[in-house]
Write a protein that binds this ligand. Structure first.
Ligand code: FAD
Ligand code: NAD
Length: 479
């Protein structure tokens, strides 16, 4: 049996479900094929992001942050509480509730917009057809005017530390722990390592992070990365750089990890080990051999700037294609693709995609880093404003970190913004908006910012670009 649709989306993560809703809104007859099902056999929507990624991690980050605030910082504000107790199963239950509410919400949006939800594993066949295989092995064919592949990504595995889902965990296992490990090892001091390492550190774990590279957060602006490293060290995250893990073995209910660094070989014993060394595209078994789709050497589906694959009417978006593995990047690609299918001249601005590490304080960025501008030979000016000089940051007890704004020397056009500090994500988003409108640093400097807000640090950083900050001593201009 074969059903006909204008648009068939494969995958219901933030890239796929947004594309499906948008397609239905544009008046296309739309189906979304998702392989994950709930215990009633209905499609489990929301993908990695809602089920095992962004949302559950932020639920645990927020719970553990509140706990750590009560334990470590309430007294500064004159609040006395009895020694707080972390009830991890209760935190996990709350996390599940948040996830269920969101994924149920997406089901509701599918119904409201008329998206047909199909449960099963999708495969792209030649001639714009999608083969769907359900859990019982039954196969059906969907005929599609257009196909949007949004199959997402999976964690990278490393041979020295194979995941056993009990002692050696990937991010999914690390989000589901029912008690606080006394000693927690984390391989990889990237985004997941820092976020999940922070959750369990706040709840009382002794956390050791083993990072292969010599530089901490090499993709971030290095001034911000160095400041972040200091803050994380103070929080008790033991981040060991240049550490190459050679072996991990479960012995007597613990994990023994061997790693080498410049000082030689070392062994550490942990109660649990999290492996967070990156993610890779989920592109295997997605295409029939004659489908005309090409993968690159790392398994990403080859697409152009408009997310068009090499097969006519087949598009790919989200983590399964090049670019940062971020939920909002995939969602916007989905919107762009559907608008183009509808004949509109949509495009993505890949230069202005914000990224955030949701530690406390947050680390957030958009645009070019100082080291990238240097490497590209761009003449630039930098304005930095520390939160220690912000009245609101002091009032909130959040004096750590800074806002850094980079602008092109002659035109003054904003090229990047990098923040470590409280609410960094929301502060950077203000600059994202400014950059989308092609603002100069002076444009930002001329805007009225409410007082007292953390946003004033963005204003002051913009003023500092031209040595005109009010609430810090400006660097003297040379010449
Ligand atoms: P996914 O979300 O991976 O969804 C793909 C979907 O396709 C899945 O539901 C899968 O079952 C389905 N699928 C795959 N193959 C098939 C098939 N053949 N047939 C049918 N269905 C199929 N990003 C952020 O922006 N902010 C964050 O705070 C953040 N936190 C994260 C925390 C963690 C712990 C992790 C692991 C990731 C986090 N990410 C975050 C990254 C974010 O989750 C991904 O970038 C995002 O989910 C990618 O969306 P996607 O739709 O491309 O793929
Ligand atoms: P990542 O690339 O951020 O970090 C992986 C780290 O592991 C890197 O620092 C890398 O040098 C290190 N590494 C790699 N191999 C190693 C080895 N053998 N031994 C020791 N260290 C090693 O990847 P991640 O933290 O796994 O996250 C995966 C993706 O998910 C990221 O691309 C990220 O964009 C996305 N994500 C985003 C958020 C967010 O937006 N807040 C949160 C979580 C995940």
């Amino acid at each position: 049996m074969s059903d006909k649709y204008d648009v068939v989306v494969i995958g219901a993560g933030p890239a796929g479900y947004v594309a499906a809703i948008k397609a239905a809104q544009e008046g296309f007859k739309t189906a979304c094929v998702e392989q994950w099902a709930d215990d009633k056999g209905n499609a489990l929507l929301g993908g990695t992001c809602c089920n095992i990624g962004c949302i559950p991690s932020k639920a645990l980050l927020d719970s553990s942050y509140k706990f750590a605030e009560a334990r470590d910082h309430f007294a500064e504000h004159g609040i006395t509480v009895n020694e707080p107790v972390a009830d991890v199963p209760a935190m996990q239950k709350r996390k599940e509730k948040v996830v269920t509410q969101l994924t149920g919400g997406i089901s509701g949006l599918f119904k409201h917009n008329g998206v047909t939800s199909v449960v099963g594993k999708g495969k792209v066949l030649a001639g714009a057809k999608v083969e769907v295989t359900d859990a019982e092995g039954n196969v059906s064919i969907l005929e599609a005017g257009n196909i949007i592949v949004a199959a997402g990504s999976v964690p990278v595995a490393i041979p020295p530390a194979p995941i056993d889902d009990e002692y050696i965990l990937d991010s999914t296992g690390a989000l589901a722990l029912s008690e606080v490990p006394q000693r927690l090892g984390v391989i990889g001091a990237g985004v997941i390592g820092l976020e999940l390492g922070s959750v369990w550190r706040r709840l009382g774990s002794e956390v050791v992070m083993l990072e292969a590279l010599e530089d901490f957060l090499p993709m971030m602006d290095q001034q911000i990365a160095k400041e972040s490293a200091k803050i994380f060290k103070k929080q008790g995250l033991d981040i060991r750089l240049g550490a190459r893990v050679t072996h991990a073995e479960v012995k007597n209910g613990q994990v023994e990890v061997t790693y080498s660094n410049a000082d030689g070989e070392h062994t550490e014993t942990f109660d649990r080990l999290i492996v967070a060394v990156g993610r890779k595209p989920r592109s295997e078994e997605l295409f029939a051999s004659d489908s005309g789709i090409t993968l690159d050497e790392r398994g990403f589906i080859y697409v152009n700037d408009f997310c068009e694959t090499e097969a006519p009417h087949v598009y790919a978006i989200g983590d399964v294609v090049r670019g940062p593995m971020l939920a909002h990047k995939g969602s916007e690609e989905g919107v762009m693709v559907v608008e183009r299918i509808a004949g509109k001249p949509a495009q993505m601005n890949y230069d202005v995609i914000p990224s955030v590490i949701y530690t406390h304080p947050e680390v957030a960025a958009v645009g070019k880093t100082e080291q990238e501008l240097k490497a590209d030979g761009v003449n630039y000016k930098a304005g930095v404003f520390p939160f220690a000089a912000s009245g609101r940051a002091l009032a909130a007890g959040e004096p750590e970190g800074m806002v850094k704004l980079l602008a092109e020397s002659d035109s003054d056009t904003i090229l990047g913004c990098h923040v470590v500090g409280a609410s960094a994500a929301d502060l950077v988003q203000q600059v994202v908006i400014a950059m989308e409108f092609g603002s100069s640093a002076e444009d930002l400097a001329l805007i009225v910012f409410g007082h007292p807000t953390l946003s004033e640090a963005v204003h002051e950083a913009a003023l500092a670009v031209d040595g005109k900050a009010i609430h810090i001593a400006n660097r003297k201009k040379r010449g």
